[in-house]
Ligand binder design. Structure first.
Ligand code: 5GP
Length: 216
């Protein structure tokens, strides 16, 4: 009687380096079989524990630029240290058509590009509980050298100014709570009025007639 859109949503998640967005996204896909992560392509070198095809597709600058020319990215940007990062188009369409929500964990430049292209995408900004906490998380995770930590921390101040471009903000105080909040956002988005495709009320007379004929 009521038909709702069965397609999945594209969910764009951004936030400053060290805010915990990577951990949140991994937890979301672990818990929900109807949420998948878009695996980005990058020209950055893999870190020790990273696996090609799981964390990123690690490709050369030449390959990346070839793909730009072939229009294979939904968005792309130079994020850290002159490295390209981009969201491949193909998987997003494949998943959303099947009713699966796809998370693109990308930077603000990329998010703004998607905002121009796909109005119905959901934009979520992850905030650290404080800048002091962000600083200590960046130091503790021990994945960048001092110079890179300073670069990322400085950039965080600019990035936070863009929060108003997003639909939702989630403060990552505790991972568990942040994950629950995003699950709630995704569930609410599925109930939006604009996801109704059809309300069939054509059998009104028949229904009322049936009701009148029914024994008490
Ligand atoms: P990493 O710490 O992996 O070197 O850098 C991650 C940064 O690049 C994060 O800010 C992340 O959101 C961003 N990023 C990862 N993949 C993409 C992508 O496909 N496009 C854009 N624009 N940014 C990305």
């Amino acid at each position: 009687m009521i038909k709702q859109k069965a397609t999945g949503n594209l969910v764009v998640i951004s936030g400053p380096s060290g805010c915990g967005k990577g951990t949140i996204c991994k937890e979301l896909i672990k818990r929900n079989k109807n949420i998948k992560l878009s695996i980005s392509m990058t020209t950055r070198k893999p870190r020790a524990q990273e696996i090609d095809g799981r964390d990123y597709y690690f490709i050369t600058k030449e390959e990346f630029e070839k793909r730009i020319k072939e229009n294979k990215f939904l968005e792309y940007a130079k994020v850290h240290h002159d490295n390209y990062y981009g969201t491949p188009k193909d998987k997003i369409d494949e998943y959303t058509k099947k009713g699966i929500d796809v998370i693109a964990e990308i930077d603000i430049n990329g998010a703004l590009q998607i905002n121009n292209e796909i109005k119905e995408a959901i934009f979520i900004f992850i905030m650290p509980p404080s800048m002091k906490e962000l600083k200590s998380r960046l130091i503790k995770r021990n994945t960048e050298c001092k110079e890179q930590i300073v670069e990322r921390f400085t950039k965080a101040y600019q990035e936070i100014n863009y929060v108003s471009k997003y639909n939702y903000v989630v403060i990552n105080d505790k991972i568990e709570k942040a994950v629950q909040k995003i699950e709630a956002i995704l569930l609410s988005e599925k109930c939006r009025v604009d996801r109704i495709e059809d309300i069939d009320l054509n059998n009104k007379e028949e229904m009322i007639h049936e009701l009148l004929m029914e024994d008490k």
